[in-house]
Design a binder for this molecule. Structure first.
Ligand code: GAP
Length: 436
């Protein structure tokens, strides 16, 4: 079913995320902070798995991409060169009556959507967070929290190129926090003021830009499908001239069918030689590349893939959310791909006696060396299964009276709810195989 036809899905998901320890409002005991979120025990595992799988796909499994972890605060000139000081703005209007602020392009007509009051003329508002470096708060010490991780890669282009001995085409990948003082944040973790990006910049010969843009568009689209996102909920959107960012020649968004509409989850951009040219100009450093084979010197073009960690996480959660009726009761489960599920296997003694907890504890200690495992002996077994279903645990094993006789346990599949008996000596292999 199309997610956009389930308007209350977001409410259910936000409630599940709070109840099961995925996501909490930031500083909740102080009333919370708008557009900032904290990730709890389950959320942090899910987030880490998403990042690890991206990192594996983009660096470990490729010989042509190197990793980087640049600082969040960079030289202020970086943001002049990149165009962010001048261009990273949204038009903003204020209501003269209730004082609320809105993005001008999201208000229809000249009246305040909140109280009907008169609106001011639009003025440009820069989305970068400002801070000061050092003890003196003056113009000369202004610095910015990075609004994208990409610039850390561009300014390190030569630093990485040298030691890695890569040749064009090659890429640099980075995962890290970015900050934007969004005027209209919202939709849970979709648009926040502090978020993480997984970005990869691929340096190429200018003549090959179309080829590599198509290549990365396909690769990145497949990534979501391989992690279980339903194909019908994903599509590509090509930017028209009005949508293109100031640095881009051509761009695609990968969009997801959220309950609040089709929205961008990742951008694939042809940034041309814009960034390296700008940094050459502003830093005075030669950022050209010399091709030994062709004896050609040129400024590489860049194809960028830019995904949000938090936004991908929302995609995986929304897409996995599933409700059904089982024996007259509602069952909620997160059908997350086992690759990203926060817990891979739950270990449950059927009852809290007859040596079952002791046997189950021993199995748990063995399994946790191999997979993120969870031991639970609290409450009726049905309720314990439901708790695991709600956090998306793909497998739950139960120690019962038969275990004590023949060393087998039941292994329950989250989605089919089918149970098979497996000998404890084979558990690690069987689960490993199932996890893929
Ligand atoms: N370096 C290019 C760049 O930053 P972008 O389209 O502005 O491009 C890329 O952002 C991705 O970062 C988005 O597709 C989204 O997944 C994520 N993102 C951007 N702003 C965000 C926000 N305020 N909250 C959460 N994620 C955000």
């Amino acid at each position: 079913m199309a997610k956009s036809s389930e308007p209350d899905l977001m409410e259910k998901l936000v409630s599940l995320c709070k109840r099961r320890g995925f996501i909490f409002q930031s500083s909740e005991i102080y009333g919370g902070l708008n557009a900032l979120w904290d990730y709890g025990p389950m959320g942090v595992e899910l987030k880490r798995n998403i990042k690890d799988i991206w990192w594996e796909a983009m660096t470990q499994l490729r010989d042509d991409i190197e990793g980087l972890d640049a600082s969040i605060i960079m030289h202020p000139k970086v943001w002049e060169a990149s165009g962010h000081v001048q261009n990273f703005t949204d038009p903003l209007v204020d209501c003269k009556k209730c004082k609320q602020r809105f993005r001008a392009d999201q208000v229809e007509g000249k009246k305040c959507p909140n109280c009907g009051g008169e609106l001011t003329e639009a003025r440009l508002f820069n989305l970068m967070f400002k801070t000061y470096l050092g003890p003196v708060e003056d113009q000369a010490s202004i610095a910015y929290l990075r609004p994208e991780t990409a610039q850390g890669i561009y300014v390190n282009f030569l630093n990485v190129l040298g030691p890695s001995r890569q040749k064009i085409p090659f890429g640099i990948a980075q995962i890290g926090k970015a900050f934007r003082n969004e005027i209209s944040p919202g939709n849970f973790i979709f648009r926040t003021r502090e978020f993480e990006q997984m970005e990869m910049q691929f340096f190429i010969h200018p003549k090959e830009d179309s080829k590599w843009l198509e290549y990365w568009r396909e690769e990145r689209f497949k990534w979501y499908i391989n992690l279980g996102v339903k194909k019908e909920n994903l599509k590509l959107h090509q930017h028209d001239d009005k949508e293109l960012a100031h640095y881009a020649k051509m761009a695609y968004d990968i969009e997801y069918n959220f309950p609040f509409g089709w929205k961008e989850i990742e951008g694939i951009h042809n940034r041309t030689d814009f960034d390296l040219t700008q940094h050459s100009k502003f830093s005075g450093k030669d950022l050209t590349y010399f091709d030994d084979a062709t004896k050609e010197r040129f400024i590489p073009y860049i194809i960028e893939t830019s995904a949000g960690v938090d936004r991908s996480m929302l995609v995986f959660l929304v897409d996995a959310y599933h409700e059904e009726e089982v024996k007259g009761e509602k069952r909620v489960s997160l059908k997350l791909s086992p690759k990203i599920a926060p817990v891979k296997v739950a270990v449950l003694p059927l009852v809290n006696r007859d040596n079952m907890p002791e046997v189950a504890t021993k199995i748990f200690h063995d399994l946790k060396k191999h997979f993120k495992s969870f031991y639970d002996d609290g409450g009726a077994i049905g309720r314990r299964y439901r708790r695991q279903d709600e956090i998306g645990t793909p497998y739950a094993l139960t120690v019962d009276s038969q275990t004590l006789q023949d060393n087998t346990v039941t292994l329950r599949d989250r989605d089919s709810m089918e149970q098979v008996r497996v000998n404890t000596s084979q558990l690690v292999d069987v689960i490993k195989k199932k996890l893929g």
